[in-house]
Design a protein around this ligand. Structure first.
Ligand code: PHE
Length: 343
């Protein structure tokens, strides 16, 4: 067989080839397009071809290479389309989707949302602020300067390489953030996470949540505070709930009080939630100390106001009969999915 005939045979073979699968196609590629393909040696026979046939031979060589390339691409596309269609056979686009597992609200969020909702109804706006706070907003502005003994009750975590940046110990820092950036009248509630350097036990944790309230305007009195808190207690714990204010001390309020509500578990008959006193402590409150207003650039001769702050976990625990605060932070779905919320 001459090189000519050889080449013509190859061209015919390429045309006739019918690789049916990926493996056969790969064999085809190696044979006609690979680095040791069978067309290559024929180009060496070029010099033995008589001069007058050289042109034709060159054209045939090119045709062989192009045919191989074209056939390969065509077959490859066919195989890929076939593979896609095969997958398509199993894929029923009309089938109902896999159900998405629905989560449930965290009991702390449920309780916090209820508190927010109650205060929103009487015009309090939600103010959210940073958890990493500076010393001034958390302590000094709140009338608790360095060396003030009240700082001992709220030890916290300080940022590495900084003595002034800390994790806020209470949402009262939002009072300072708000009063330094807004002019009265101010009427906000500030929900959020706070931190304290405390040993973790069934009753205390190094992180928990508070909701702060702040109301500043002209002629705000203690009676306004008391009425607002009574409204809250009745909305939160039921109509007929009684409140009791006990004198207390906070550096940023004067006078200060602690508020108890009549025990909603036993209807004040005595149980272990109220420790047989008929009352449960809910929050701290008082009239904003004039020094705090002054620190934040508000004239205490013109304005006065009240503030309160309540822990969320304790209220959630009482309401749901949870006896260990750690359960609230373990994120065990079996525990968390027991709580249902309307909000
Ligand atoms: N910040 C206080 C605390 O964490 C609570 C409080 C807020 C008291 C506002 C009075 C007024 O204990």
């Amino acid at each position: 067989m001459t090189v000519f005939e050889n080449l013509q045979q190859i061209i015919q073979d390429i045309e006739a080839a019918q690789p049916q699968d990926v493996e056969a196609l790969e064999q085809f590629r190696i044979k006609y397009l690979g680095s040791k393909n069978i067309i290559k040696p024929l180009s060496k026979g070029f010099r033995d071809v008589p001069n007058e046939q050289k042109k034709e031979f060159g054209q045939l060589l090119n045709k062989a290479k192009q045919d191989a390339e074209q056939k390969f691409q065509g077959l490859k596309d066919n195989l890929e389309t076939a593979a896609d269609e095969a997958v398509g056979d199993d894929l029923d686009l009309t089938a109902p989707a896999e159900p998405i597992a629905l989560g449930s609200r965290h009991p702390v969020s449920i309780t916090m949302n209820r508190i927010i909702d109650i205060f929103s109804r009487i015009g309090f706006a939600v103010a959210e602020e940073r958890e990493i706070e500076d010393d001034w907003h958390n302590f000094t502005a709140m009338n608790t300067p360095e060396d003030h003994p009240a700082r001992d009750m709220q030890d916290t975590y300080y940022l590495k390489n900084s003595t002034s940046m800390l994790l806020r110990t209470h949402t009262s820092s939002v009072q300072a953030r708000t009063m330094t950036t807004q002019q009265p009248p101010i009427r906000i509630i500030a929900p959020g996470r706070v931190y304290r350097n405390e040993t973790i036990s069934a009753r205390s944790h190094c992180q928990f949540h508070q909701v702060e309230g702040l109301y500043i305007d002209k002629d705000v009195s203690f009676a306004d505070l008391k009425q607002t808190l009574l409204y809250f207690a009745e909305e939160m714990y039921g109509v007929g709930t009684k409140i009791r204010l006990r004198p207390s001390y906070f550096p940023f309020t004067e006078p200060s009080a602690e508020m108890d509500v009549s025990c909603f578990i036993c209807d004040s008959k005595g149980c272990n939630v109220c420790k047989y006193t008929g009352w449960v402590e809910i929050l701290g409150c008082g009239m904003v100390d004039p020094k705090v207003l002054e620190n934040c650039g508000i004239d205490p001769e013109i304005y006065s106001g009240f503030a309160f702050g309540m822990g969320v976990e304790r209220q959630a625990m009482m309401q749901y009969g949870i006896n260990d605060i750690r359960l609230l932070f373990e994120n065990d779905v079996r525990f968390l999915q027991q709580f249902q919320s309307a909000l």
